[in-house]
Design a protein around this ligand. Structure first.
Ligand code: ASP
Ligand code: MG
Length: 458
């Protein structure tokens, strides 16, 4: 049994869904379970409509929903389903009716709770899977639409709900195994679940990969296939370095580091349930289904190159805090981190000297100035925006001497303002000015991928 997860771009319209149907058809003998995201950017649109309504612009929200409904029905029609008197289109219409009622409620209340955001967002995946399941059946794939809300049981931390694994694993087996036994393809919503009391929840933006891994782990899948619109994990962003190569095999740990530092291919949390069960994860391109993609495995395969991939993250702000005493007082670091923690803001890179600490945050942290005000009580604070993080990842970084020399000679003309060698010893991370990013990434790629090991790189 395998899991085939299709992301938003892979189900964005009728054409994309046709591609998905043919991918699934070719894999029927592997007994696929299909997990799908919302079509294209639907989740953003739904959340925007909810926000607009809660701010008092009901008319605008209803218009946005109307547009979205037309778009969905248009794709439904292109797939050959009638737009009236057809179970799917009637359900689409009924769902939009419910959403209209929901936004009306939000506009009356003039508030927007995490719980109502989840109620709204859930329609994205419910609609995409409704259409996809019918598309499968119409194309000779026996499929059954599932309700993820009966299977992914979460706490009530709405918008970032945490699955309760005992309940979830049991519910997945209970609902999906009979469908698989009956020779059908279960079609399952990513991203959504419900609390023990049956209130709809979601497990965090981009969470469909996580859903796929949870289902795969619960069912002991042989393989988890994450179908996206890219070729897999690359040696770096091909938009920045056109010669970037595909990485054929990479370890879970390496992939997690990359995901954390901005490679937008995989959600890092995806990795956990699959790792625990040692289930391989394949990242594949739904536009080029015959390509082998990237395999993510538990153990790092041996590789002749020290670095497997270079990730980066733009839009970074560096905050420096200098202790006003000469040396860092006892408890200084703890107090700094408590401030970030109390604002629920996560810090990506940290480096310390004897008298100061530097940390990186995303530029758009809305509470930056509140945080700075508090930090000023314990030291001198300096804030520098317009930075970028560059992160070189590779399991061999721990064994090969002189790698940092290679890294920093590749960027010798770029001013490096923070350096951190990851605690895991498989990454070297540093911070530079954002406008020097292309130069730095290209320089690193030239140095590390002159002779790519053919076992690992395409
Ligand atoms: N549709 C959800 C989102 O846009 C989940 C996902 O795509 O993975 O965040
Ligand atoms: Mg998505």
């Amino acid at each position: 049994m395998i899991i085939c997860k299709f992301g938003g771009t892979s189900v964005q319209d009728a054409e994309a869904m046709e591609r998905v149907a043919s991918i699934v058809k070719q894999r029927l003998k592997d007994k696929p379970v299909v997990v799908a995201s919302a079509m294209g950017k639907t989740t953003n649109d739904l959340l925007a409509a909810a926000r607009v309504a809660s701010e008092g612009n009901l008319q605008e929200a209803l218009e946005q929903l109307g547009k979205l409904k037309d778009k969905v029905l248009n794709e439904v029609k292109k797939l050959g389903m009638a737009t009236v008197n057809h179970e799917v289109s009637e359900t689409v219409t009924a769902n939009f009716k419910e959403m209209s009622n929901l936004v009306k409620g939000l506009s009356v209340l003039g508030e927007l709770t995490p719980r109502s955001l989840d109620a709204m967002a859930s329609y994205g995946e419910r609609l995409s899977t409704l259409v996809l399941a019918q598309c499968f059946n119409d194309r000779g794939i026996p499929a059954e639409l599932m309700d993820a809300r009966q299977c992914i049981i979460t706490d009530d931390n709405f918008t970032r709900a945490v699955p309760l694994f005992d309940l979830t694993d049991a519910a997945i087996c209970k609902h999906l195994l009979p469908v698989l036994k009956g020779g059908k393809v279960p079609v399952f919503q990513g991203f959504i679940g419900s609390t023990r009391n049956g209130i709809t929840s979601t497990i965090g933006r981009g969470g469909s990969d996580y859903s796929a891994a949870i289902v795969g782990a619960a069912l002991d899948a042989n393989d988890i296939q994450i179908w996206t619109d890219v070729d897999g994990i690359m040696t770096t962003d091909p938009r920045m370095v056109p010669e970037a190569r595909r990485v054929k095999v990479i370890s879970f740990d390496e992939a997690a580091e990359l995901a954390y530092f901005g490679a937008r291919v995989l959600h890092p949390a995806t990795i956990l349930p699959a790792v625990r069960k040692q289930i391989p994860v394949h990242v594949l391109n739904s536009y080029k289904p015959d390509q082998e993609g990237t395999l993510i495995t538990g153990e790092a395969p041996s590789c002749g190159n020290p670095v497997k991939s270079i990730a980066y993250k733009k839009g970074i702000t560096v905050v420096n805090v200098a202790s006003t005493r000469m040396l860092m007082a006892h408890g200084f670091l703890k107090r700094i981190f408590e401030i970030f923690d109390s604002h629920k803001v996560s810090v990506d890179v940290v480096s310390t000297s004897e008298v100061s600490v530097s940390l990186t945050l995303d530029n758009d942290v809305s509470k930056l100035w509140d945080i700075v005000t508090e930090l000023k009580k314990i030291g001198e604070v300096q804030v520098e925006g317009g930075k970028a993080i560059v992160c070189c990842v590779g399991d061999n970084l721990r064994n090969i001497p002189g790698v940092s020399h290679l890294v920093f000679s590749a960027v010798r003309d770029v001013n490096v303002c923070m350096i951190s060698q990851g605690a895991s010893a498989i990454n070297i991370t540093f911070v530079i000015d954002e406008d020097r990013l292309p130069q730095a990434v290209r320089g690193l790629h030239d140095v590390f991928f002159q002779k790519p090991d053919p076992r690992i790189f395409e």
